[in-house]
Design a protein around this ligand. Sequence first.
Ligand SMILES: O=C(NCCCCCn1ccnc1)c1cc(-c2ccc(F)cc2)cc(O)c1O
Ligand SMILES: [Mg+2]
Length: 214
Amino acid sequence: TQSTRPQRILGAVQQNATRGDPRSVVRAIDQYCRNQEWAMNVGDEKGCILDSVVSEVNPATVLELGTYCGYSTVRIASLLPPHAKLITLEFNPEFAVIARQVIAWAGLEDKIQLVEGASGDLIPKMKEQFGVETFDLVFLDHWKDRYLPDTKLMEECGLLRKGSVLLADNVICPGTPEYLEFVRSSPRYESQYFKSHLEYTKVEDGLEKSVFLG
Ligand SMILES: O=C(NCCCCCn1ccnc1)c1cc(-c2ccc(F)cc2)cc(O)c1O
Ligand SMILES: [Mg+2]
């Protein structure tokens, strides 16, 4: 029977990466998706920008919206300080099954909690169910029309504090126009655009970093 793209990505990790070595997992996925078949990982070029923001924020609590195969999950978690935690939400159960195995291969299960479900349902449960106060960093990489409603929901649920950083993928391609307009015009956010390219291509894309001002 036919394999799926996520299954083939997992295969590339298991064949080419070293167990317990997160950077080798990231490298194996990038090599596979650049040379064999494109996939919607944040990728190596935008990934370097992601790394610099994670290192600068040095977060104790991270929320990722949109796990896919776990590429950015592993990339972020590999840079976290010892007792830091990353919660990642994935709606698609087939993606979640693969991501759990990629995370395990990287040896990062202790830092990462993958939760399956819709962000709109799970965000209001963060405090009670997952013992979260606020998030130091949020990486938005799920349905592009959910970036704005979920940001407003995080504010309403008291999950953002003065200085919380939102980092949004794909603000140009596929694009998140309403979100971009909101964070760039709202007095409660200080936004900055990092110009880059759509993963593994020459098409323009970028990351928007927005600091919540409280
Ligand atoms: O759709 C994307 N991501 C969301 C996937 C589903 C999320 C499900 N989910 C998880 C939690 N809550 C809901 C995405 C798409 C592209 C792209 C770009 C160009 C193109 F021609 C085709 C595709 C590039 C990305 O970098 C992306 O992130
Ligand atoms: Mg993306």
